[in-house]
Design a protein around this ligand. Structure first.
Ligand SMILES: Cc1ncc(COP(=O)(O)O)c(C=O)c1O
Length: 366
């Protein structure tokens, strides 16, 4: 047998959200009867303009895509309020950008800081590059960052600090002043993950004007409705972006991904409607879930809600299983570092899907 790298041998597999196909096969439910509220996607589906653009370009898939996605980057600069030189686009979503950061910055035994609970892919990916995770604290009671725990975690070996706002899976925002405190406390790169910023109505792009050690991470997988096309991007200073472009897989962004991303950005009506429905659905679900005596729901600025289910007497694994049997996918959060066995994360659906979910939940824990 070949010897795999020690870090790979010791790596705990990443636990992804469940897919409709997987649940349809396992429980014998027709795919069109399954409601997916587990991966924070856009419940409206993709933009109609994106769909039509694919049809137009299908015959071009025999050719390599354009390596630097110039047209897309130009449109993206206008969407994000920045310049093309400040942007990099990744072809396996924001996840690819995290990997590119590992390739660009992490030497074996360098440290990176993650306040927990937060998005698990940072830890999973940077460990493969030899990075050592240092865990700071997300304050669940306030649903915000414990900024002192981040400052206390800094060391001479810190290379990257991840600040996710709104935070996945808790939905809370990080105060701008706390982000500035972290930026001013270190020369390490501060990655502000804004995968869900559209639902919060705030962003931190302006901070790039004064801080060279900031990178903002974004994705097309959430409000922009293209999770299956795998498109992510980052905004930072041109110096770092140019190094990241050197190591990024050259053709990772497929032709169809570039085309659909561009068409979606041009579909302002779709983006507006998706954001509006996401926020309405979140508020509906927050109210409906808060009415259950046995549930404790965290207030959220994103398109999902974190729910403490311990008073139902069920662990999250059992409750999510009962929901799956009835065709509803939500996220069992027991694999999230920093959460125990009693949390589920519910993504927004359409209002009809939300109502169906609440009815089924009543059946189970009512
Ligand atoms: C906070 C956060 N960052 C990044 C990502 C990765 O998104 P992508 O689908 O673009 O890889 C996700 C996906 O769920 C996320 O929740």
């Amino acid at each position: 047998m070949v010897n795999v790298k020690k870090v790979v041998d010791e790596l705990e597999p990443y636990v992804p959200g469940r897919s409709i196909e997987e649940i349809a096969n396992k429980y014998g439910i027709a795919p069109n009867k399954i409601i997916k509220m587990g991966s924070n996607e856009n419940p409206l589906g993709p933009s109609g303009k994106a769909l039509r653009s694919i049809e137009h370009y299908l015959s071009s898939i025999s050719q390599y895509p354009e390596a630097y996605s110039k047209d897309l980057i130009k449109e993206l600069a206008s969407y994000a309020g920045t310049s093309p030189a400040n942007l990099i686009v990744g072809g396996d979503g924001a996840d690819e950008i995290i990997d590119v950061l590992g390739k660009t910055l992490i030497e074996p035994k360098d440290e990176f800081i993650v306040p927990i609970p937060s998005y698990m892919y940072y830890e999973f990916t940077l460990k493969i590059h030899g990075g050592i995770p240092v865990f700071a604290k997300w304050d669940i009671a306030r649903n915000s960052l414990d900024v002192n725990s981040v400052i206390d975690s800094l060391s001479v070996r810190t290379k990257i600090i991840f600040l996710c706002t709104p935070n996945n899976p808790t939905g809370g925002l990080i105060d701008k002043k706390d982000i500035i405190t972290v930026l001013n406390s270190t020369n390490a790169l501060v990655v502000v993950d804004e995968a869900y910023f559209e639902f919060a109505g705030v962003n931190n792009v302006k901070l790039l004007e004064e801080h060279d050690n900031l990178l903002i991470l974004r994705t097309f997988s959430k409000v922009l409705g293209l999770a299956g096309m795998r498109i992510g991007y980052a905004i930072s200073n041109p110096y770092l972006i140019q190094y990241m472009n050197r190591v990024k897989p050259v053709f990772s962004l497929t032709k169809l991904s570039q085309i659909t991303a561009l068409a979606t950005l041009q579909d302002k009506e779709y983006i507006e409607k998706s954001t509006e429905i996401g926020i309405k659905s979140r508020e509906f679900l927050y109210k409906a879930l808060s009415k259950f005596d046995t549930l404790n729901v965290l207030s959220s600025k994103s398109n999902f809600l974190l729910v403490d289910v311990r008073n139902t007497g069920m662990k999250s694994k059992l409750l999510t299983e009962e929901l799956l049997k009835r065709g509803i996918i939500v996220r069992d959060c027991s694999s999230f570092r920093g959460l125990d066995d009693y949390w589920i994360r519910v993504s927004v659906g359409t209002l009809k899907e939300d109502q169906r979910f609440i009815e089924i939940l009543e059946e189970i824990i009512g």
